[in-house]
Design a protein around this ligand. Structure first.
Ligand SMILES: NC(=O)C1=CN([C@@H]2O[C@H](COP(=O)(O)OP(=O)(O)OC[C@H]3O[C@@H](n4cnc5c(N)ncnc54)[C@H](OP(=O)(O)O)[C@@H]3O)[C@@H](O)[C@H]2O)C=CC1
Ligand SMILES: CC(=O)N[C@@H](CCC(=O)OP(=O)(O)O)C(=O)O
Length: 301
């Protein structure tokens, strides 16, 4: 049976993964809570594991990878931002293209995607690959996340003090997710990324407006829909959902591991709003980690 050690098991993402692992035929190796930051104790857990899942802040994740350097038979899945665009790491978004799930299955090091990038890449990669959106097109990404996206400190701030209701952040326009978004959405021009956080626990909407008149050729709303529908046909986790709704609830997919993409279009004005709805802790973190653990461990059921 595959043995899994979650380094950072007591954190937000770690707990989500541990809960989901109950449904898999794996043995979860848990560290003595008093020793959870002790390098020697963590190394011993890693030595006993087949897959180590890192649910740590970025610097601690880098240290954990260094700690595991000599363990050639151990696979590592890192949920942090530390290795998402690193050479020698596979990107853990199985829907990226038709070969990505096989690449993840045979990789030793896999980086679990960021929550916002999951939405952006899910929407844009198929359109860039198809040539409907040029790689150097000026793109703006607006996004809102539940406060659990900020980890334990943000959760405590919202639950103890009740707010704020809604905040824009990342206003220096240097968010850590931009390199990852560019690398895997296939963008050559840096997009403007405007994240925000709302006073709700879980859920996320990523939205990307497109002026169809600014795209090359004559792209219709239906071309965008057809491209996304075909790309994700047969996927268990990503789908093109109906855009026949007047409002979109950011928490609609809380506690779910799927991601719903939508194309809200108005052909008269040649306007499109692309949206991705997901749970930042589901397809944006622990749900994606489960997909990757299944692939890395060769777990079929
Ligand atoms: N929250 C989210 O929506 C998402 C988070 N992620 C990523 O997952 C990672 C974890 O985030 P999240 O779960 O939200 O964060 P949390 O703050 O909730 O959890 C982090 C955990 O790591 C522990 N920890 C910190 N330093 C060390 C160390 N040196 N050794 C062992 N354990 C340590 C913390 O313990 P203590 O609290 O005692 O310091 C805590 O239990 C981050 O890199 C984040 O980017 C990925 C996708 C989405
Ligand atoms: C709301 C909030 O604070 N979100 C975090 C992103 C979540 C995270 O750090 O994890 P991933 O990088 O794996 O997505 C942020 O913007 O830094």
């Amino acid at each position: 049976m595959t043995r899994v050690f979650i380094d950072g098991e007591a954190g937000t993402t770690g707990l989500g993964i541990r809960d989901r692992l109950r449904a898999l035929p794996v043995e979860v190796l848990s560290i003595d809570p008093a020793k959870r930051k002790d390098p020697q104790a963590r190394l011993e857990m890693m030595q006993a594991a087949d897959i180590v899942v890192l649910c740590l802040p970025d610097d601690a994740a880098r240290e954990a990878v260094a700690l595991a350097a000599g363990l050639d038979n151990v696979k590592i899945l890192d949920a942090s931002t530390a290795h998402r665009v690193a050479a020698d790491w596979e990107y853990g978004f199985p829907e990226l293209d038709s070969a990505q799930a096989d690449r993840i299955a045979s990789a030793r090091h896999v980086a679990n995607p960021g929550c916002y990038p999951t939405g952006v890449i899910g929407l844009l990669r198929p359109l860039v690959d198809a040539g409907l959106v040029p790689a150097d097109h000026p793109i703006t990404i607006n996004a809102v996340s539940g406060y659990s996206g900020g980890g334990r400190s943000e959760i405590e701030a919202h639950e103890a003090h009740g707010g704020p209701a809604f905040e824009l952040y990342g206003l220096g326009l240097e968010h850590k997710h931009v390199p990852e978004i560019m690398a895997y959405a296939g963008l050559k021009r840096r997009p403007l990324f405007v994240p925000s956080i709302g006073h709700f626990a879980q859920g996320m909407i990523v939205s990307i407006p497109l002026q169809l008149a600014d795209l090359p050729g004559y792209v219709r709303v239906s071309d965008i829909e057809a491209c996304l529908r075909a790309y994700y046909e047969g996927s268990d986790y990503v789908s093109l959902a109906s855009a026949d709704l007047a409002r979109l609830d950011a928490a609609a997919l809380a506690d779910r591991d799927e991601m719903a993409l939508r194309v809200h279009g108005n052909e008269k004005w040649r306007h499109v709003l692309l949206t991705a709805s997901l749970d930042n802790l589901g397809k944006g973190a622990a749900g994606a980690a489960l997909q990757n653990i299944r692939l890395m461990g060769g777990i079929k059921d």
